[in-house]
Design a binder for this molecule. Sequence first.
Ligand SMILES: CC[C@H](C(=O)O)C(=O)SCCNC(=O)CCNC(=O)[C@H](O)C(C)(C)COP(=O)(O)OP(=O)(O)OC[C@H]1O[C@@H](n2cnc3c(N)ncnc32)[C@H](O)[C@@H]1OP(=O)(O)O
Ligand SMILES: [Co+2]
Length: 135
Amino acid sequence: MLTNVEHIGIAVRDIATSNDLFTKLLNVTPYKAETVESEGVTTSFFRVNQTKIELLEATNPESPIAKFLEKKGEGIHHLAFEVDDILVEMERLKNEGFTLLSETPKHGADNKLVCFLHPKGTNGVLIELCQEIKE
Ligand SMILES: CC[C@H](C(=O)O)C(=O)SCCNC(=O)CCNC(=O)[C@H](O)C(C)(C)COP(=O)(O)OP(=O)(O)OC[C@H]1O[C@@H](n2cnc3c(N)ncnc32)[C@H](O)[C@@H]1OP(=O)(O)O
Ligand SMILES: [Co+2]
């Protein structure tokens, strides 16, 4: 089951500059910075009550973020939903006809298992599913 919006992903060219901007905007400092090389991203997380913002900078030209920036420039990149069981949700969504961008969940940032749905099947919005990795 999808439980809530876990974070909003924003593609940025320079994460240090955007950290300063979002610190001023949100009046909070980032609580975490994390590079996920497998995804080609460096992330920075802000929290405002229950809402999280994930800033994303590309670590290499092949990164999905680099391609997104080339095509669309800086802006909202994806919407992430928290799920209680990512395998169950992936199976349900596959059966509903959505295109999963990976067969199995991947290790994401902020201690999550993640999977993405192709935006072509979700009205042009890249959707991410996130499940907290319980220790
Ligand atoms: C570390 C994980 C972290 C976390 O939260 O834990 C993250 O969130 S990592 C975020 C970065 N990783 C990903 O985005 C992985 C999933 N994304 C992909 O597999 C690709 O980016 C994909 C398939 C969405 C697009 O691939 P690519 O850019 O190579 O293909 P195209 O350029 O041909 O795009 C196809 C079509 O989709 C449109 N598009 C691309 N990106 C987005 C987007 N973010 N939102 C909406 N639409 C998007 C693109 O414009 C093309 O449409 P068209 O009409 O043909 O121009
Ligand atoms: Co994300």
